[in-house]
Design a protein around this ligand. Structure first.
Ligand code: FAD
Ligand code: NAI
Length: 466
């Protein structure tokens, strides 16, 4: 008899949530983690530390620039970066301990070390100078992702950093050059810009935030430029000379052409993430990967080897913590004989900048490409009473609905608190709701969420406050 019903390799949001749900359903579960702390990328070097710094730097920015107009006279704020980093670390520690507590509460064994799959039902764990064999009915690969690297550019995590180094810089760089105008570049670029850095973002494509609704991304770029961000779109970095005191970054048009050199104190490389399967022994175990190195699975998260499953960043789909969590829950339920399921059409995504950008469902570009006949309703925060009194009027809400059935197909928001606001759209879409359902739902006044109701009304061209 194997010791465990389920062994999960990796304790990020995919792995630890899968373990908890499986334990709730009566399985004997163990998790294997190579790091000294639980919680994976998200808790240690991803979602949580970045949000702590976004929160603190946003308040720093407000204290310096927004208080006065509200009649709050305070001296110019002084940055104490070590204390801000300590604030971030306290947040990490609290969350990581929370996961440890949840493992104990659910009687999940935590095995520290690096897991290697020897075959169906057998995982070897090496760590702290010893190796042990763990036997189990089922294995879940939840080993997450790692930073994508740029050929010829060595990340030293001091001057040329990935997101991990950018979360722990020892001083505010005078000039920060960000490679990649994706989520990490704009979030961490915002942190250091608010704390005083000049930020230039070099992006290969002709737009920022590829994958997000184009109209939202264009407005977002304008807002960021107003804040002081510089963008070099359709451009690529071809090399960095790090021999001098400042880094000399060679940038040229994406399609080739005249090269320029931009000076920077720190370069942040954030051009995406890649699945992490190093040392897992997948090839020897017969687990198939796809052409992008992701573990290949069927609709039930099963790999090519019976009894071995995969979830989270290591499989296809958006690399988001909540997507990994939902997959963890669904898989545990499937293993318990239930009908676990993830609705990939309704996975919200949020960029936690100021203003925030949030989105659920299809973008206009996707609907056009699919030839879907859709209607669109938009409502700007300049016409929303609460936003007006708070003087936070940047942005708008856009609701996209099927032209024939009125079913909501996508909602996109740019504006303060957009990340919290998106969820009413997600709930509506889970229930197959229409723009009219949203428009007829009473929204509390005065809230920014009224802009969602108004955008839904605008789908039928009957917004009230516009
Ligand atoms: P991970 O969290 O990567 O966890 C994998 C774990 O597996 C790690 O702990 C690793 O040590 C362990 N592991 C790997 N191999 C082995 C092995 N062989 N043996 C034992 N253990 C192993 N997503 C959001 O939704 N919202 C955000 O705001 C957000 N912000 C982010 C900010 C940054 C800077 C970054 C880098 C990412 C951010 N993400 C965010 C993405 C999010 O972190 C990932 O989508 C999420 O962590 C994926 O979860 P996972 O469980 O698949 O893998
Ligand atoms: P990303 O995929 O969001 O953005 C990468 C950007 O780099 C793209 O715009 C891409 O066109 C550009 N790029 C690629 N190669 C380039 C090159 N050679 N030169 C210049 N630009 C180049 O990836 P990012 O920002 O690294 O984040 C990784 C993942 O982490 C994201 O996909 C996201 O899923 C997750 N994440 C989520 C967050 C959130 O939900 N708020 C926050 C941070 C990360």
């Amino acid at each position: 008899m194997p010791t465990y019903d389920l062994v999960v390799i990796g304790t990020g949001p995919g792995g630890y949530v899968c373990a908890i749900r499986a334990a709730q359903l009566g399985m004997k579960v163990a998790v294997i983690e190579k790091n000294s702390t639980l919680g994976g990328t998200c808790l240690n070097v991803g979602c949580m530390p970045s949000k702590a710094l976004l929160h603190a730097s946003e308040l720093f920015e407000q204290a310096g620039h927004s208080f006065e107009k509200m009649g709050i006279a305070v001296p110019a704020p002084k940055l104490d970066l070590p204390s801000m980093m300590n604030f971030k670390q306290q947040g990490i520690d609290g969350n990581v301990k929370g996961v440890e507590f949840l493992m104990k509460k659910n009687k999940i064994d935590v095995i520290q070390g690096k897991g290697k799959i020897l075959g169906a039902g057998k995982v070897e764990v090496s760590g702290a100078g010893k190796t042990q064999l763990v036997e189990t009915r089922n294995v879940v690969i939840a080993t997450g992702s790692d930073i994508a690297r740029l050929k010829g550019i060595e990340i030293d995590e001091k001057r040329i950093v990935s997101s991990t180094g950018a979360l722990s810089l020892e001083r505010v760089p005078g000039k920060l050059l960000v490679i990649g105008a994706g989520v990490i570049g704009l979030e961490l670029g915002s942190v250091w810009h608010r704390l005083g850095a000049e930020v230039t973002v070099v992006e290969f494509l002709d737009r920022i935030l590829p994958g997000m609704d184009g109209e939202i991304a264009r407005q977002f770029q304008r807002v960021l430029e107003k804040q002081g961000f510089k963008f070099k779109l359709s451009s690529k970095v071809t090399g960095i000379d790090s021999s001098g005191k400042t880094l000399a970054v060679k940038v040229e048009p994406a399609s080739g052409g005249v090269q320029e050199t931009i000076d920077a104190d720190v370069v942040l490389v954030c051009i995406g993430r890649v699945p992490y399967t190093e040392g897992l022994g997948l090839q020897e175990a017969g687990v198939t990967l796809d052409n992008r190195g992701r573990v290949q699975i069927d609709q039930h998260f099963a790999t090519s080897v019976k009894g071995i499953y995969a979830i989270g960043d290591v499989i296809a789909g958006p690399m988001l913590a909540h997507k990994a969590e939902d997959e963890g829950v669904a898989l545990a339920e499937i293993l318990a004989g239930q009908a676990g399921h993830v609705n990939y059409d309704v996975i919200p995504s949020v960029v936690y900048t100021t203003p925030e950008v949030s989105s659920v469902g299809k973008t206009e570009e996707e609907l056009k490409q699919a030839g879907t006949n859709y209607t669109s309703g938009k409502f700007p925060f300049t016409a929303n009473g609460r936003s007006k009194v708070n003087q936070t009027t940047d942005g708008f809400v856009k609701v996209l609905a099927d032209a024939k059935t009125d079913r909501v197909l996508g909602v996109h928001i740019i504006g303060v608190e957009a990340g919290e606001m998106i969820h009413e759209a997600a709930v509506l879409m889970e229930f197959g709701g229409s723009a009219e359902d949203l428009a007829r739902t009473c929204h509390a006044h005065p809230t920014r969420s009224e802009a969602i109701k108004e955008a839904a009304l605008a789908v039928a061209k009957r917004a009230i406050h516009m």
